[in-house]
Design a protein around this ligand. Structure first.
Ligand SMILES: [Fe+2]
Ligand SMILES: [Fe+2]
Length: 399
């Protein structure tokens, strides 16, 4: 077995469905309401007409909900003007945005066949490792309905109607609309390359959206915006790296594709980190405690419930290849944390409670500790094995 991000602070292991459910169970804390997510799915429920109800292949048992106090929910409402002036300005008008079609062969043009041929020639030079990682990144983008749902679980900032004019809701919808181009573009590019098994990829997307995600953000916008700050930076880094590798392998168009997506992620990171910066300004104690809480729980990757109907370790195997080719590594996790701790001036916070100071100390020492653990894990993880990936027609890769 290869280094599979067993690193305790990076990814959550997916394992087999049954052990998964147990390993992800979380015990409720007394002060918060706890709800049970669907617990069936592994043992199919028998119903009288003999039909089996649909159950997602991945499930999450206990989730803490609504951990933000009513006073703080009100505080988010009072921040609406601020959000309008500081966050909505970071969205790009649709007319100024790139669209997937700008970077794809034009099916209405005479030269379409030739453009597709060129694309296929270019992508011939890319190795299977690269394709597996790009497919995993694309599938992560394609599970966008889950992320919009997640944003709309957050108390005080959710879109209450589906077309609400609260600045938080406007952001949620327009952010989703911008993100929607990422999966579209990568999906079409990969489709045209002819290098990947589109049907297996489409199945993986359907499974993943059906399973959802478990970001452990508790309907709490403090945790939610910390999570999205982290994730936007993580995707900025990984798309930046797939751009660099595409360039190294000679596909400059694909490098451009990954690069423009990375630029969107960076702008989104700027917005989310600005929201959390504001929270630090008005509620340093509450925010530092939330950041420490999120980091203690570990930031799970949005596609961690990934499944293709074949491989129970699909996410781990994909993450392992991403680590090996340097697209997203355990070191990146520590770097992102360090970046955010500096970005929010955590070290310089003053006037904190005793608990707040403890959280501050924990956070300031965390990145070096993660790196040390990671080095030890790497030294231990010498063995490698091969795993087949259905996305590339069952070809085996080192994981
Ligand atoms: Fe994205
Ligand atoms: Fe993003």
């Amino acid at each position: 077995m290869a280094l599979k991000f067993q690193h305790p602070l990076t990814f959550q292991s997916s394992k087999s469905p049954s052990s998964f459910a147990v390993s992800r169970s979380r015990l409720p804390r007394s002060s918060h309401r706890v709800s049970m997510a669907s617990t069936i799915g592994i043992t199919s429920k028998e119903i009288p007409n003999g039909k089996k109800p649909f159950m997602p292949p991945r499930e999450v048992h206990v989730q803490k909900t609504h951990s933000l106090s009513p006073q703080k929910i009100e505080m988010f409402k009072s921040l609406e003007n601020w959000a309008e002036e500081n966050i909505l300005v970071l969205l790009k008008p649709v007319e100024k945005c790139w669209q997937p079609q700008d970077y794809l062969p034009d099916p209405a043009s005479e030269g379409f066949d030739e453009q597709v041929k060129e694309l296929r020639e270019r992508t011939k030079e890319l190795p299977d490792d690269y394709f597996v990682v790009l497919v995993g990144d694309m599938i992560t983008e394609e599970a966008l309905p889950t992320y919009q749902t997640m944003l709309n679980t957050l108390d005080g900032v959710r879109d209450e109607t589906g077309a609400s004019l609260s600045p938080w809701a406007i952001w949620n919808r327009a952010w989703t609309a911008e993100e929607n181009r990422h999966g579209d573009l990568l999906n079409k590019y990969l489709y045209l390359s002819g290098r990947v098994d589109m049907r297996q990829i489409e199945k993986t997307i359907q499974y993943l959206i059906g399973s959802g995600m478990d970001p452990q953000t508790e309907n709490n916008p403090y945790l939610g915006f910390i999570y999205t700050s982290f994730q936007e930076r993580a995707t900025f880094i990984s798309h930046g790296n797939t751009a660099r590798l595409a360039k190294d392998h000679g596909d400059l168009k694909l490098a451009q594709v990954c690069g423009i997506i990375a630029a969107d992620e960076k702008r989104h990171e700027t917005a989310y980190t600005k929201i959390v910066e504001k929270l630090f300004e008005i509620d340093p104690d509450g925010t530092v405690l939330s950041l420490a809480d999120m980091m203690r729980k570990k930031v799970s990757m949005p596609a961690h419930l990934m499944y293709d109907g074949v491989d129970d370790n699909l996410f781990d195997n994909y993450a392992s290849v991403a680590q090996r080719i340097g697209v997203y590594t355990a070191r990146d996790y520590a770097d992102i944390l360090e970046f955010l701790v500096q970005r929010w001036n955590v070290e310089k916070l003053t006037g904190l409670s005793g608990e707040g100071r403890k959280a501050q100390d924990f956070l300031c020492g965390l990145a070096p500790r993660i790196r040390k653990l990671e080095e030890r894990a790497q030294a231990r993880a010498k063995q490698t094995s091969l795993a087949p990936f259905s996305w590339i027609f069952g070809k085996e890769l080192t994981v």
